[in-house]
Design a protein around this ligand. Structure first.
Ligand SMILES: Nc1ncnc2c1ncn2[C@@H]1O[C@H](COP(=O)(O)OP(=O)(O)OP(=O)(O)O)[C@@H](O)[C@H]1O
Ligand SMILES: [Mg+2]
Length: 234
């Protein structure tokens, strides 16, 4: 579904990703873990077209998307939730979600997508008239995921969705990811919380200093002594 081939990317002359190759297959949850500053968000921004790779290729759903601007990439039905809170706090939950459906051609399509995400996130249906800024951190993260799903994406990219959430709420968000995946969704999950991210991943990659250092099935990496010592702190 998503294939990166030797992707080199960064900011101006500063190279951060030094040739990253990875795959996300249809129906998979793939996690990317790695310490602060390893280039996870740079990878996210490069896939979504906010950064243009200096070399390498990115393919999505059989077509090359390398160098396309974000609005074109979103039209190919990849949707994303960037790192950090990004709801519009003074707009209602429903308005936030409707923004995610801006790409749909008419009102009916937006309403249909809205009904779908309300079915997936009943709590947001209850809170639809509340301003997003009044919701808890976990609920706001759900608004962001639901807004991304308004696009009816073929793949969803999440950049550190667990950041700043209490352990119990983290579980709720990860359960949502698993639920979306069980319903056929393809997910690329970027997380610093290595243990949790490996637990739910079919496959995972460890990024360090802009290079893939380890890759394999989530369970295998979780059992790997080196990975545990370096990234889980054992
Ligand atoms: N806009 C920018 N301009 C220049 N350098 C940047 C910019 N954004 C990030 N960097 C640098 O790129 C490197 C990788 O940053 P990135 O945000 O991709 O890391 P990350 O793995 O997402 O870290 P975190 O877990 O803290 O979110 C860091 O050294 C960072 O300082
Ligand atoms: Mg980051």
């Amino acid at each position: 579904m998503l294939h990166l081939e030797n992707v080199v990317s960064g900011y101006g002359k500063i190279e951060i990703l030094h040739g990253v190759t990875l795959d996300v297959r249809t129906g998979e949850v793939v996690s990317i873990i790695g310490p602060n500053g390893s280039g996870k968000s740079t990878l996210f921004k490069t896939v979504m077209g906010f950064l243009t790779p200096a070399a390498g290729a990115i393919r999505f759903d059989g077509r090359e998307i390398t160098g396309l601007p974000p609005e074109e990439i979103i039209r190919r039905q990849i949707s994303c939730v960037p790192q950090g809170r990004c709801t519009f706090p003074h707009m209602t939950v429903k308005e936030n979600l409707e923004l995610g459906g801006y790409i749909h051609r008419n009102r009916q399509e937006v309403s249909r997508a809205l009904e779908e995400v309300f079915a997936q996130f009943p709590i947001l249906k209850e809170r639809r008239r509340a301003v997003a800024g009044s919701l808890s951190g976990g609920e706001q993260q759900m608004v962001e995921m639901a807004r991304a799903l308004m696009l009816r994406p073929k793949a969803l990219l999440l950049d550190e969705p667990l950041l700043g959430l209490a352990p119990k709420v983290r579980g709720v968000i990860l359960d949502k990811v698993l639920e979306l995946n069980a319903a056929g969704g393809t997910v690329l999950l970027i997380e610093q919380n290595a243990r949790r991210a490996l637990e739910i991943a079919h496959r995972a990659y460890v990024l360090e200093l802009g290079r893939i250092r380890f890759e394999g099935p989530g369970g295998e990496l979780l059992a790997d002594k080196k990975v545990r010592r370096l990234y889980i702190g054992e």
